[in-house]
Write a protein that binds this ligand. Sequence first.
Ligand SMILES: C[S@@+](CC[C@H](N)C(=O)[O-])C[C@H]1O[C@@H](n2cnc3c(N)ncnc32)[C@H](O)[C@@H]1O
Length: 206
Amino acid sequence: MAEIPSPKDVTNDFVGYEVLVDFMEERVLHELEGDIIEIGAFIGGGTAKLAKYAQRFGKDVYAVDVFDPGHDKTRDTGGTRMCDIYEAFLQGRSQWEVYCETTRGFDNIITIDKDSRDVEFSQKQHFVFGFIDGNHDPEYVRNDFYLVWGNLVPGGSVGFHDYDFDLPEVTETVDSIIAEHKDEIDDIHEIKGKYIILLTKKRSVG
Ligand SMILES: C[S@@+](CC[C@H](N)C(=O)[O-])C[C@H]1O[C@@H](n2cnc3c(N)ncnc32)[C@H](O)[C@@H]1O
């Protein structure tokens, strides 16, 4: 896990989503047709930042989270379970209630309160950007990638958190995904200090 936000500041997020917004701005992803998806919203600080950006371009943010802080039992290299980090942070507060408080006032956030394995989108739903930071088990990392990639428009990007950090199975899974999909990927961009890797889909295959 990277930086842990202060429990007092509900507008905060673990990742520092400003770098994601900067990436979307630099790549002018807003000019593409489609919405934004986030898998792993936690208390919604990052969701609100994505929604503020998306609002300027008439886009929606789909936020997927199971809203069960005990769900992810993956351990980092120090042996700490992800669920223990989330529960310690919440200090007995309801994740759902803090999320609702943080994201209140945005009419362009569509919250999907589900296990990401149970989420499906119609082929009509297009995404220009996706960010994956949900369950860190390799099966979920893979599931979440396909949930985004299948509906990602050509030229759109998907990012993963916890790349090359203290969850080696996340890194290994992302590396396998990259190898398997190399013909569909145009560009790979790493934001090293933030443990983020972003893959941009080719505009045309072949
Ligand atoms: C590391 S936190 C997300 C942090 C957030 N991206 C931020 O920077 O503030 C991971 C989130 O994934 C959610 N999660 C865990 N397992 C999930 C699953 N199977 N489906 C959807 N969300 C899940 C947890 O509830 C938690 O809110």
